[in-house]
Write a protein that binds this ligand. Structure first.
Ligand code: SF4
Length: 330
């Protein structure tokens, strides 16, 4: 269904390989969250939501720079009342749109998302969900089911993606989650919890993956279920890296995905948060050109990560054959 789109892929290749510029803009469309998840740092930082007109200007400039995909992301996009207008603007200027939500407002706002091509919902467990997210799983499921129905009526061609962060808390839920994805006819993706610098020992003790044998057998089970054609979109190459905790790839993330915060700050990626310039003040082209050396240094000195989007896209841009053949999201 949402296998690699050849037209989009060739546009992306042109922008990334020939023009040497990123193709995806991952944007902090607001600065607030309506959840208080134990493992997350984002909701603790507050700030001003950018004005709609400023987001339109940012999108226009991004399009001119060559960005083809707009991803509305941190902190919680559905808290913005004008989000549908922002997504409509991105579509109008020729971008493919995607959005990541915690799902809390999905039931209320599902009908307003017709200009979101790829909808991704964080589902970090079933039985463990409430403990991790501090919200009832039933509330999330109700929103998810409504969004599935609405998107069917809207004739959206891409199925919803449930994205799940593997932690020390939810390993017992993973198989049930995959069965649920199949039953609901949605896709599912996994990535391991990342130990952000500064995360408190108390939190890390709670959610970090301590039982490595159990973790390995859970990821092996994901690989097995993928073989049996359950709707898991991660590549086998990526899943094996996750299982073995091996970051065996060359990071190309900052050359593919631009990470821009709510106030316009460009960062190398979601883990390397050093400010590299402000695209709302100085424009994409200038910030991109002026930050080249620093970006290279940051990536060179980085110890690596296993974020799903960054790793799979890096592997794809390194022409890893298995990832190229099986890439299933955009
Ligand atoms: S490998 Fe490092 S620079 Fe690359 S995306 Fe991961 S954390 Fe960022």
């Amino acid at each position: 269904m949402s296998r690699l789109n050849p037209i989009l892929a060739s546009k992306a290749l042109w922008q990334i390989r020939v023009r040497k510029r990123p193709f995806v803009l991952s944007h902090g469309v607001n600065a607030r969250c309506n959840m208080r998840c134990t493992f997350c740092e984002y909701w603790k930082k507050t700030g001003e939501e950018p004005a709609k007109e400023d987001v339109f200007k940012l999108l226009d400039d991004a399009r001119e720079f060559g960005i083809g995909v707009y991803n509305a992301w941190t902190v919680e996009p559905l808290l913005r009342k004008d989000l549908p207008q922002i997504m409509a603007h991105a579509k109008k200027i020729g971008m493919v749109t995607s959005m990541v939500t915690n799902g809390k407002l999905l039931y209320e706002r599902a009908e307003e998302l017709e200009n979101v091509d790829y909808l991704s919902v964080s589902v970090d467990g079933i039985k463990s969900y409430k403990e991790i997210r501090r919200m009832d799983f039933e509330t999330l499921l109700k929103g998810l089911k409504k969004a599935i129905e609405v998107r069917k009526l809207q004739k959206q061609k891409n199925p919803i993606l449930m994205n799940c962060v593997l932690t020390g808390k939810n390993l017992d839920d993973i198989e049930t989650l995959i069965l649920l994805a199949k039953k609901l006819r949605v896709k599912v993706s996994f990535e391991p919890v990342h130990e952000f610098p500064g995360i408190s020992e108390e939190i890390w003790n709670e959610i970090g993956i301590r039982d490595t044998e159990k973790f390995r057998s859970t990821v092996d089970r994901i690989i097995e279920l993928k073989k049996q054609r359950y709707p898991i979109i991660n590549s086998n190459t990526y899943l094996r890296m996750v299982r073995d905790r091996e970051m065996d790839y060359r990071c190309r993330a900052s050359g593919i995905i631009l990470n821009v915060t709510h106030d316009g700050t460009l960062e190398t990626c979601r883990a390397q948060n050093e400010p590299l310039g402000n695209v709302m003040w100085d424009g994409f082209e200038s910030v991109w050109e002026n930050s080249e050396e620093r970006r290279k240094e940051i990536v060179h000195n980085c110890k690596g990560c296993l974020f799903f989007g960054y790793t799979e896209n890096s592997l794809m841009q390194s022409f890893n054959p298995e990832v190229l053949m099986h890439y299933e999201w955009m």
